[in-house]
Design a protein around this ligand. Structure first.
Ligand SMILES: *[C@@H]1O[C@H](CO)[C@@H](O)[C@H](O)[C@H]1NC(C)=O
Ligand SMILES: *[C@@H]1O[C@H](CO)[C@@H](O)[C@H](O)[C@H]1NC(C)=O
Length: 387
């Protein structure tokens, strides 16, 4: 069953272009009363072109500094604006005169393919390693050129932390372009992956994809198919039982806090409309490999490792290369990033300035939690301003 489902997805997705829908993030920004812009930049290793969203500072001063926000897996820059004007991180930063830039990874909703330079057989051969080493690098360089500044602040969530670690390990010269890095729910070592659903459902699913040599997976069809159903079931005006039920799959994967108060049902609905169902199998598989090996290392290409890396095993990331001041924020109810693994990461990172554990908070609350401004963002702002 699983196998035919996968084949069905592949067949239907192969006919679909990565569409250029109207820019939902720019719409959010203007609806909230801010001035936005979008830019594109090519990546040096592939035909992917990635998009950067910007929110101009409320007031530009001589001290105005760029902040770059990088999203996690299955999502895009919408993470930093979706909860709206008085809640989302990007607006708080713009209100405080930061020049806010939000990146988008290859494969996500806002990326597209340059038909002239793309090699289609190689397009989905990527993970957070390429997202960091090429996409984040290109976007940081773009922002610095555009603003004329020599450095910026970095905030990343989940995969947005793994990708920066990969970048700094692979290209340590990027340390000099970043003033501080703020890590929401960092993902590097995954040995103690807490999530039983990920271990029991996602791991076998990805294994089947890899065994069948499926180069990429497109979740868009599934999401589109279930979207009308979720719209009915999760209608906020319906009775509370149904709205609780519709939160369930979401919390199964990100972690539940005791009362599930942080995320509204209507926001969840919204998320299915605005996040990115595009994903490469290798992107998931790389995380799965980290879980199995207990190591934070490059993608394991199996017998091709010798050709690609010159060694039988993929090399570890060099965390001693991550020299920038690092601020860690972690959640007690996080299903995807365990306390033990984060402790292990902190032991390896040479310049951790701050390590905060947020109680009754989960993996998704960092972006979508209704109280995140009070709980988390003021804390981040304080460090950006005190620099
Ligand atoms: C995938 O990417 C790696 C690293 O960039 C490269 O060495 C390898 O040849 C690629 N494999 C395929 C099948 O394109
Ligand atoms: C495209 O990528 C494949 C797989 O990495 C490689 O074998 C092939 O030579 C590439 N084609 C071109 C035109 O670069």
């Amino acid at each position: 069953m699983l196998k035919s489902l996968i084949i069905l997805i592949i067949v239907s997705s192969s006919q679909e272009k990565l569409s250029q829908e109207s820019d939902n993030v720019l719409n959010f920004i203007s609806q909230a009363g801010y001035q936005g812009a979008a830019y594109h930049t090519a990546t040096e290793d592939s035909g992917w072109i990635v998009k950067i969203h910007r929110i101009f500072p409320k007031r530009e001063t001589t001290e105005t500094m760029p902040v770059f926000l990088m999203h996690g897996i299955l999502s895009n820059s919408v993470d930093y604006v979706i909860t709206g004007k008085n809640k989302a991180l990007a607006y708080l930063l713009a209100d405080n005169n930061f020049d806010v830039f939000m990146g988008n990874s290859r494969g996500s909703r806002h990326s597209f393919i340059d038909r002239k330079t793309a090699n289609y057989s190689n397009l989905w051969n990527f993970s957070f390693n390429e997202i960091g080493t090429y996409d984040v690098a290109a976007m940081i360089d773009y922002v610095l050129r555009l603003t004329g500044k020599s450095k910026l602040f970095y905030v990343g969530h989940s995969q947005g932390t793994s990708s920066l670690l990969a970048l700094l390990s692979n290209r340590p010269e990027y340390n000099s372009k970043i003033i501080q890095a703020h890590f929401f729910s960092p993902v590097a070592f995954m040995k103690y992956l807490p999530n039983p659903f990920a271990r029991k459902l996602v791991v076998p699913f990805i294994d089947i994809c890899i065994k069948n040599n499926v180069k990429y997976l497109n979740f868009k069809e599934i999401v589109t198919a279930i979207s009308p159903v979720t719209k009915v079931i999760c209608d906020v005006s319906m009775n509370p039982f149904w709205s609780e039920l519709c939160k369930l799959p979401f919390f199964m994967f990100t972690g539940s806090n005791k009362d599930n108060l942080e995320i509204d049902s209507d926001l969840l609905l919204y998320l299915t409309d605005h996040t990115s169902p595009f994903l490469s199998v290798q992107q998931m598989d790389h995380f799965l490999q980290l879980y199995r090996s207990g190591k934070f290392r490059k993608y394991d290409y199996g017998k091709d490792n010798v050709w690609i890396y010159g060694t039988l095993e993929p090399p570890d990331y060099i965390l001693s290369n991550v020299k920038i001041p690092t601020y860690i924020y972690r959640a007690t109810e996080d299903y995807l990033s365990s306390q033990k693994d984060i402790d292990h990461l902190i032991n390896w990172l040479p310049n951790v300035k701050y390590n905060r554990i947020i109680p009754n908070y989960n993996h998704a609350d960092f972006n979508y939690g209704s109280r995140s401004r009070q709980v988390l963002y003021y804390d981040v702002l304080h460090f950006l301003q005190s620099n």
